[in-house]
Design a protein. Structure first.
Length: 367
């Protein structure tokens, strides 16, 4: 491959080469679209693939068990607010550590970015995209997390083609998020954005080269790929980063080669249940989970395997998380209109405790 230098040949293995070939194709396209950015792409690529095969070294106090015993705050946009991968994480942890008080709080907010950007006419002109930083300090002060998972990027490029300014806004926002969480005394684990898939919404996407984008750019996943690459390269600054973009992209391509109609997101953005379950697995793998998840096609199958029968455990966990998510969002405050206000926080906590007791009973009865 002409783009691969002897230096690359010495530092990457065969599996890395496959990913590098795919990334170099993206780089060639990016060079044609924005040649002034080619040097930075090359630098990010070099950093990424020198680091990609290096396993993240977790500190002694950041392990799979710590995820089950710490106050965990999950931040993100509507994909996170949807809650499925967060509930899947909790389901796995409760089954794996039945005696531990798993405490994972979903605080995703639809439309949100870390970049502080909003496209003209967002939501039909009803409101601009909310900026995480408007509520972050309040959330950290009230919830006092020990571990923060943060998945941003999908909205941060506002569905436009690449631009230096938008990329810089994303990087500045991510660094600000990282620094605020660390200053609050918590560990932060960044999660790369999932895949944008233009195929299901092909009639509603726009090509490159336009002055205005009132609908998503058809090549927007190339932008997300660059954002993900930058995040992964930040491992060089000791950031902890879980990559879901690369494996999701590859799996989408593999599955679509066999089934052209296959998709992980019916609207190109919001992941389906399978993609959420995969996301949970990749996050758990980062924390050291060694289970062969393929034996459990769904969280329900996992619960049934552990409990010896079909169970409402995943449903109850998601119900509890939704209850607390909406109530805490309202209690902390945010600028996104149209959200469910939930119950007053004290009532929500009381009802959540009742659901927690039901969850624990299901687990205990199986032992």
């Amino acid at each position: 491959m002409s783009d691969m230098t002897p230096e690359f040949e010495r530092v990457i293995n065969i599996s890395s080469k496959r990913r590098l070939i795919h990334f170099m194709k993206t780089r060639k396209l990016a060079n044609r679209m924005f040649p002034s950015f080619s040097g930075l792409i090359c630098a990010v690529t070099c950093s990424l693939f020198c680091l990609l095969e290096t396993s993240s070294v977790l500190s002694d106090d950041l392990s799979l068990k710590s995820l089950a015993t710490s106050r965990v705050l999950v931040l993100g946009d509507s994909i996170t607010y949807g809650g499925q991968y967060v509930a899947d994480l909790e389901t796995y942890l409760r089954l794996t550590f039945p005696d531990q008080p798993v405490n994972i709080l979903n605080q995703g907010l639809p439309s949100e970015t870390v970049s502080g950007l909003s496209e003209p006419g967002h939501a039909g002109g009803k409101f601009p995209r909310p900026d995480l930083h408007e509520r972050l300090d309040r959330a950290l002060a009230k919830l006092k997390p020990e571990i923060v998972l943060a998945c941003y990027g999908m909205n941060c490029g506002i569905y436009h083609p690449y631009s230096v300014d938008r990329f810089e806004a994303y990087k500045v926002g991510m660094r600000r998020l990282h620094d605020r969480v660390v200053a609050a005394g918590a560990e932060i684990i960044h999660v790369t954005p999932p895949v944008f898939d233009p195929k299901p919404i092909a009639q509603r996407t726009l090509p490159a080269g336009l002055d205005v984008y009132g609908q998503p750019y058809e090549g927007y996943d190339e932008v997300l790929g660059l954002y993900a690459a930058w995040l992964l390269a930040m491992r060089g600054e000791e950031w902890k980063v879980v990559d879901i973009h690369s494996p999701m992209k590859q799996l989408l391509l593999d599955r679509r080669a066999k089934d052209p109609g296959f998709r992980f997101a019916g609207d190109g953005v919001h992941m389906n249940a399978e993609a959420h379950w995969l996301t949970a697995q990749w996050i758990l793998g980062f924390f050291g989970a060694s289970d062969h998840f393929g034996k459990w096609p769904t969280p329900d199958a996992m619960a049934a395997s552990h409990l010896g029968k079909k169970s409402d455990l995943p449903k109850l966990i998601k119900q509890r998380q939704r209850l607390l998510c909406d109530s805490w969002l309202t209690d902390i405050g945010h600028l996104r209109p149209g959200m469910s206000k939930g119950l007053p926080i004290n009532e929500a906590i009381e009802k959540a405790n009742e659901l927690d007791a039901q969850v624990q009973d299901l687990i205990t009865d199986s032992e």
